[in-house]
Ligand binder design. Structure first.
Ligand code: NOJ
Length: 557
């Protein structure tokens, strides 16, 4: 059996390289747990549920933004990077939460949003108040409008959330916002911006944060020199040569080399993971040890539940590891995508990837086509065991450990996502995967908190409550707990080898220590290797693995 060494590190440094193989649980703070009954999840809520994370067996928590914000984009519109939103708690609550997480042996990763601030940030207020040509405008991207009085935007570029990417400020100037108009883009040529983010990284590192997730990591450095290229050229998102005016320009790596020096001031050095939607060949650079250290690999979110698609994504992720010397990240979903249990229940479309199928389905409020929810859940479990058996880090989005489904039919007035609100009904946005978690089968918000929940939870949420699944040995939660506890005891080495199987619907690979992961993507039940079946996503049938299922088998050499 050919064994392919996947990672490039000769050895793992105790307490330093924890992130290479970590299972990281993503908390979307506003919908995790609410301690005070205002319907918004908060930091004391997280502290009160550290037991769930410890029982689940994850290694770390990634906290989506918890900073003061008007929530124009779910908190990714930051008013102040060095404080806590009063609705979510205080800095003292943050310290208590870190102490509780560390006390349970869990690390914490904070989300840093350097591409933009909110329009309520003091810098942006100053920029507006100080007028045309003022140095305060240099922190953002202001340009004169075209036509008489600058009444037309500087160019035809569009926001990623729909509509124009420029907003007028009333004096003939416009500011650039790739995301919502409440999220003005920062100008990273400004030394004050650079200095301030160093301060922010130290601020949270000093408070015990172990690592950072860097939002829009590929977007900080822009070429807005004129003449502007038309949007028809700029709209294309990834380029392999670094020439895109908005994305993945060489200059971003200078910023991360600078941040690396800040990370290395700490013992152990802080770690970071880039959210960088770049050409796959350019991901490794973000993950280099001189840069952020790791880069998200989102390809699994686009793959359908098909053996060839899984295999291609796994091969690409492992190839990344060989190039970067870092590990890749595996994930099935996050706060930006349709819940995986639902996505896998939708019929395939040969012209669309799995993510696009989900987006189209949302536009029908989840009515068309009819999703096979049980099948989706079963496949999501099978897929989770595949990801958790791979070398590298795995990120689990809150609620996926329960097999929770998307809520596709939220009342229109409860939608908060700018993708939905800016689209005038042509897009549904991301609210359906951000509905507060169910903790108990009943109660006003299924145990989320003493009050209600926003967006509202549907009646069927109670079935997926943590307390219900904890009591059921066949639940998704119980499977995750078994798998995570086993994963800890298995290996920290990064070797991986495919095992060929004549059945095309089977994917089979082996890790050191005789750890075999076998998945049956369709067809008749399949034989498993001789050994101990340590965990399985469904019950076996006469010792064989049925379709849409994965098992881990420990085989003695
Ligand atoms: C990526 C985040 O994951 C998403 O939620 C956010 O809307 C954009 N970046 C803009 O900050």
């Amino acid at each position: 059996m050919a064994v392919m060494r996947a990672g490039g590190f000769p050895f793992l440094r105790e307490g330093v390289d924890w992130w290479r193989s970590a299972v990281v649980y993503q908390i979307y703070p506003r919908s995790f747990a609410d301690s005070d009954g205002d319907g918004i999840g908060d930091l004391p809520g997280i502290t009160s549920r550290v037991w769930h994370l410890a029982a689940l067996g994850v290694d770390a928590v990634w906290l989506s933004p918890f900073y003061p914000s008007a929530l124009a984009d779910g908190g990714y519109d930051v008013d102040d990077h060095r404080d806590v939103d009063p609705r979510l708690g205080t800095l003292a609550d943050f310290d208590d939460m870190v102490a509780a997480l560390h006390g349970a042996g869990l690390r914490i990763i904070a989300d840093i949003v350097p591409n933009h601030t909110s329009d309520r940030h003091p810098w942006f207020r100053e920029a507006l108040a100080s007028g045309r040509g003022a140095p305060e405008r240099e922190r953002y991207i202001f340009r004169d409008g075209r036509g008489p009085g600058g009444a037309e935007p500087p160019n035809d570029w569009q926001s990623g959330f729909g509509g124009p990417a420029w907003e007028p400020v009333g004096d003939g100037q416009w500011y650039f916002h790739y995301f919502a108009k409440e999220q003005p883009d920062l100008n990273w040529d400004d030394p004050g911006v650079r200095e301030d983010f160093r301060t922010t990284l130290r601020f949270w590192s000093d408070r015990g944060v172990d690592g950072f997730r860097i939002d829009v990591a590929h977007g900080l450095v822009k070429d807005l020199s004129e003449p502007f290229a038309p949007w028809s050229e700029v709209a294309e998102v990834t380029r392999a040569d670094g020439t895109h005016p908005l994305w993945d320009r060489e200059g971003v790596h200078e910023i991360y080399a600078d941040w690396r020096r800040v990370f290395d001031e700490y013992d152990p050095p802080r770690f970071a993971v880039a959210e960088a939607a770049v050409h796959p060949t350019r991901r490794a650079r973000y993950a280099s040890p001189e840069g952020l250290g790791q880069a998200f690999n989102f390809q699994m979110q686009e793959a359908g539940f098909q053996p060839d698609e899984f295999r291609a994504v796994i091969d690409a992720g492992l190839a990344d590891m060989r190039v970067s010397g870092s590990t890749t990240t595996w994930l099935l979903g996050c706060h930006d995508t349709l819940r995986v249990a639902t996505r896998y229940g939708l019929p395939r479309d040969p012209d669309l990837n799995s993510h696009q199928v989900g987006q189209r389905w949302l536009l029908t409020n989840g009515a068309e086509p009819v999703a096979d929810l049980a099948l989706g859940e079963r496949r999501a479990r099978a897929a989770a065991l595949v990801l958790l058996a791979l070398p590298g880090a795995t990120y689990v989005y809150q609620g996926d450990e329960l097999g929770l489904h998307e809520v596709p039919d939220l009342p229109p007035e409860s939608l908060q996502d700018p993708i939905a609100t800016r689209s005038r009904g042509t897009a549904k946005g991301r609210d359906g995967c951000r509905v507060p978690l169910p903790w108990t089968p009943d109660g006003p918000s299924f145990g989320f908190g003493p009050g209600g929940a926003q967006p509202p939870q549907p009646a069927w949420f109670g079935r997926y409550a943590v307390s219900v699944e904890a009591d059921d040995p066949d639940s998704t939660l119980s499977m995750y707990r078994r798998a995570l506890s086993l994963r800890r005891s298995l290996t920290s080495e990064e070797e991986f080898a495919w095992v060929s199987d004549p059945d095309e619907s089977v994917l089979h690979f082996v890790r050191p220590g005789g750890w075999h992961c076998v998945s049956n993507f369709g067809g008749a039940p399949v034989e498993l290797p001789h050994g101990t079946v340590a965990v399985s996503s469904v019950r076996l049938e006469d010792g064989r693995l049925p379709r849409d299922a994965t098992a881990w088998v420990l085989v003695e050499d």
